[in-house]
Structures are given as C-alpha cells and as structure tokens.
Design a protein around this ligand. Structure first.
Ligand SMILES: Nc1ncnc2c1ncn2[C@@H]1O[C@H](COP(=O)(O)OP(=O)(O)OP(=O)(O)O)[C@@H](O)[C@H]1O
Ligand SMILES: O=P(O)(O)OC[C@H]1O[C@H](OP(=O)(O)OP(=O)(O)O)[C@H](O)[C@@H]1O
Ligand SMILES: [Mg+2]
Length: 288
C-alpha cells in the first residue's frame, strides 16, 4: 500500500485549526521543532507543512494526494485540484472595495487599477463579467494600496471589515466568493488501482466525522407513545431517530442527533409536548 501524502498549512489563520482538526480525527501532526514533514506511521500518512497558497499547486499537479487550503486560494491557483469537503473555519468573503460612493458595481471597474493578492481569481471574475481592468498584484496589506495611490480599488478577503474601514474603503458589488478552509484532493489521474482515491476518501470521512461531532449533540428523552410522533418530528436526526420500548407501559425512549445550537430550543419544545428525562450529550467523533 502506498503512503498517502497530505499537505497542511504551515502558517496563518488556517494552520492552528487544521492541526486541531487533524488531531481530533486521529492523525499525528504535532511538530515539536517546526518540522517540514511528519510521518504518521500508524495512519500510513506523510504530512507536508506548506504555505497555504502553494498547497493547491502541489495537489493539483498530483505531487501530493490531498491537502487543506482556502477555497479562495484553490480557485486563484486553478490547478485542477478538487474541493472534496468544506471544513467550516477561516470563513471569509472575497469582495471588491473602493472609497465610499466612488464605485458602485463591478462594471465601474472598467479601465481602473485593482489591487489584489488573488490575480487568478479576480482576473477570471472580471473576464466573466466582461470588464477590462488593470490588476496590481500585491503580497498583502492590499487595503493600503488605494491610500498610497497605486490602485483605485481592491479585491480582498473580508472577515469583520475592520481592515477596510481602517483604510477608508467600503465594499461594493456582489461578493466574488464565500471562502472557508477546504479539503482538496488531486485529480484522479495516474491512480492505477484507485487506492489513493480510497485512502483520500477515508481522510474525508474522518474529518467529516469530527465536523459532525462538533456541530451536533446527542439527545435522549422518554415520552408517552401518544406523543411519540410529535416528539420525533422535533428530532428527526440525520437519518431517523432510534425508538426503544421502556419497561414502563405506554412509554418509549428516543435517541437522536440535533444541531448543537438548536439543542436548548428542541429541549423546550420536547418538554412542552410531554417528553421527560431529556438529556443532551456531546459527541467525541462520528462516522455518518
Ligand atoms: N482575517 C481573516 N479571516 C478569515 N479568513 C482569513 C483571514 N485572512 C485570511 N484568511 C483566509 O486564510 C487563508 C490563508 O490566507 P493567507 O495565506 O493570506 O494567510 P493568512 O491567514 O492571512 O496569514 P498571513 O497573511 O499572516 O500569512 C485564505 O483562505 C484566506 O481567505
Ligand atoms: O475583515 P478583517 O477582519 O479585517 O479581515 C480581513 C483582513 O485579514 C487578512 O489580512 P492579514 O491580517 O492576514 O494581512 P495580509 O493582508 O498581509 O495577509 C486579509 O488579507 C484582510 O486584509
Ligand atoms: Mg493574510
């Protein structure tokens, strides 16, 4: 069996949550001395710690089998690497911004200078909208470029909007993209017996299992059979709730998964339809 080769962000906002997710999924990614590579022998995986921007390149070329990066970086690199699982952290939108009121729609960018660290993504978007603008490629701190006079607008990552506000800029037009951390895999070429695809699928399933365990809690309750239907309607679960008989005549026990943020409300509603002994338990991991 070939060892799976996975790229992990070595810096920036993707790095820590990616390490935490992989660790929770049972992989060994702890770097005592900032190693560039770690062999996780038990899982038959070799992890490579790389810049998130470069990860799509390695995975797209098939040099590495899978990786974690941002959707925005994946689309900017446009390498043929495929997104296989959204991971729910490092969430942001990718937006155009300019001095308030100066530009109001993407069409207004015609003939303007647009500063960005994502020329592939922005160039593609402008081309699809039939707008010809000049891209000014910067490595970071893109928002400052308008004040400094080398651009008329920027296209950049926006989370809270603080960086834009601090630079006297305001977003305009539709969001170019909603981004978050994603698991990506290489194109299926040169995977003779399909063993890499199978191994990547196992990684995907493990990570998804951790994400579900974070998003859901287990709810258990007892209720009279007369209200079982109404109670189960409140807790449909992912597939279907488990209903077991109770020693007490005319009562059942129900077990189901509910979204963590819905749990207090579901408990109130269950109580109101007649459920009792309502218990909520966190999940450690799952395979759904
Ligand atoms: N402030 C932010 N909030 C949420 N996501 C962000 C933020 N800044 C960057 N990202 C996302 O993090 C990913 C990596 O971006 P990038 O390589 O620029 O690193 P970074 O996290 O900004 O760190 P640094 O700029 O210090 O290297 C991208 O997908 C980007 O969308
Ligand atoms: O909307 P906000 O919450 O302000 O976050 C968005 C900012 O965060 C990132 O910058 P970072 O701090 O990574 O610096 P960089 O531009 O040099 O990458 C990103 O490039 C934006 O500038
Ligand atoms: Mg940054």
């Amino acid at each position: 069996m070939t060892t799976l080769r996975i790229a992990v962000p070595n810096k920036g906002s993707l790095s820590l949550p990616s390490d935490q997710l992989l660790t929770a999924a049972g992989y060994r990614v702890h770097r005592a001395n900032r190693e560039l590579m770690i062999d996780d022998v038990r899982n038959d995986v070799r992890f490579f710690f790389l810049r998130p921007r470069d990860i799509a390149l390695y995975v797209g070329s098939g040099t590495l089998d899978a990786g974690i990066t941002g959707r925005d970086l994946l689309l900017d690199a446009d390498t043929g690497a495929e997104e296989v699982l959204p991971l729910g952290y490092s969430e942001s939108t990718f937006r155009f911004a300019a001095r308030p009121g100066e530009l109001t729609a993407v069409a207004d960018l015609a003939g303007k200078r647009v500063a960005t660290s994502y020329p592939g993504l922005v160039g593609g978007y402008l081309a699809r909208h039939g707008v010809e603008a000049r891209l000014v490629r910067l490595d970071g701190a893109v928002e400052t470029s308008v004040q400094l006079g080398i651009a008329d607008a920027v296209a950049d990552v926006v989370e809270t909007g603080t960086s834009l506000r601090n630079s006297g800029l305001a977003v305009f037009g539709e969001p170019i993209l909603r981004s978050e951390a994603v698991l990506i895999r290489r194109p299926d070429t040169e995977d003779g017996d399909g063993s890499i695809a199978t191994a990547v699928e196992r990684v995907r399933r493990r990570l998804k299992g951790v994400l579900i365990a974070r998003q859901y809690v287990m709810i258990d309750f007892d209720c009279p059979t007369a209200v079982q239907e109404a109670a189960c309607a409140l807790t449909p679960g992912i597939e279907s709730p488990t209903v077991s008989p109770l020693a007490r005549e005319g009562w059942v026990a129900v077990r189901s998964l509910v979204p963590r943020d819905r749990a207090p409300f579901v408990m109130d509603e269950l109580w109101e339809v007649g459920a009792r002994a309502i218990l909520v338990t966190p999940l450690e991991s799952s395979r759904i």
